[in-house]
Design a protein around this ligand. Structure first.
Ligand SMILES: Nc1nc2c(ncn2[C@@H]2O[C@H](COP(=O)(O)OP(=O)(O)OP(=O)(O)O)[C@@H](O)[C@H]2O)c(=O)[nH]1
Ligand SMILES: [Mg+2]
Length: 189
C-alpha cells in the first residue's frame, strides 16, 4: 500500500519538525525538501512492509491564496495530519497582552484555508481520515482553534511535542491505522 498523507497547519506550528521526528523514529531517510522560487515541499518516505507512507508538507513565504500548491497537496490523498500549535502559557506572554489572541487568529486563517481546499477536493474529514495534533505542548496546553475541530474528534486530539519527542510513537501508530484502513477498503468488493 502506498499511502500519501498531507501534513497541514499554519506556518511555524512544527509540521516539518514532526515529519523529521517520524522519519527518525522509523529510521527512514531524512525528509527531502524540494523548493521552487517561493514554495518548499517537504517529503518523507517511510517504508512499511511492501509499501510505504509518504508524508508531504508545505513551507515557504508564498501567497497561499494565489498558489495552486495547496490543491496539489490535498488532492488524491489518503489522510490528513492537521497540526495546531499550542499557545504559550500566559506566563510567557505577559509582555505582549495580545500575543495569544493574535497567534490564535493567525492559525485560524490557515485552518479556514486548508479546510476549504480540502472540502473542495473531497479530502475533508467526512471523506478521508484526519489526525488532529496539538503540538508544542511543552509550551502550553491549548489553543481556541481546537474548538473548530468537529466535536466527534475532540477526544482523539493527539498532544505532541516535536522538539521533545513526545507523542511521536502515538502519531506513527495512528498513521499506520490509516494505511490499514485503506488496505481493508481495497479488499472490499
Ligand atoms: N517548543 C517547541 N517548539 C517546537 C515544537 N515543534 C517545533 N518547534 C519549533 O517551532 C519552529 C517551527 O518549526 P517547523 O517544524 O519549522 O514548523 P513548520 O510548521 O514546518 O513551519 P513552516 O514550514 O514555516 O510552515 C522551530 O523553531 C521548531 O524548533 C515543539 O513541540 N515545541
Ligand atoms: Mg515546514
Amino acid at each position: 500500500m502506498q499511502t500519501r498523507i498531507a501534513v497541514c497547519g499554519a506556518p511555524v506550528v512544527g509540521k516539518t519538525t514532526l515529519v523529521s521526528q517520524l522519519a527518525r523514529r522509523t529510521k527512514s531517510d531524512w525528509p527531502i525538501a524540494k523548493s521552487t522560487e517561493l514554495e518548499v515541499i517537504v517529503r518523507a518516505i517511510i517504508p512499511e512492509g511492501k509499501g510505504n507512507t509518504t508524508l508531504i508538507t508545505l513551507a515557504g513565504s508564498f501567497f497561499y491564496h494565489q498558489s495552486t500548491v495547496l490543491d496539489w497537496l490535498l488532492k488524491d490523498i489518503h489522510g490528513v495530519i492537521y497540526v495546531i500549535g499550542a499557545l504559550p502559557s500566559t506566563r510567557d506572554t505577559d509582555a505582549y497582552p495580545d500575543a495569544e489572541q493574535q497567534e490564535g487568529a493567525r492559525q485560524a486563517l490557515f485552518w479556514d484555508l486548508y479546510t476549504r481546499h480540502a472540502a473542495r477536493l473531497r479530502s475533508s474529514w467526512s471523506s478521508i481520515p484526519w489526525i488532529f495534533v496539538l503540538n508544542k505542548i511543552d509550551r502550553g496546553t491549548t489553543n481556541p482553534l481546537l474548538r473548530h475541530i468537529p466535536v466527534q474528534f475532540h477526544d482523539q486530539i493527539l498532544p505532541c511535542s516535536a522538539t521533545q519527542s513526545l507523542g511521536i510513537d502515538q502519531l506513527w501508530t495512528r498513521i499506520r491505522v490509516i494505511s490499514r484502513w485503506w488496505e481493508t477498503r481495497k479488499k472490499m468488493p
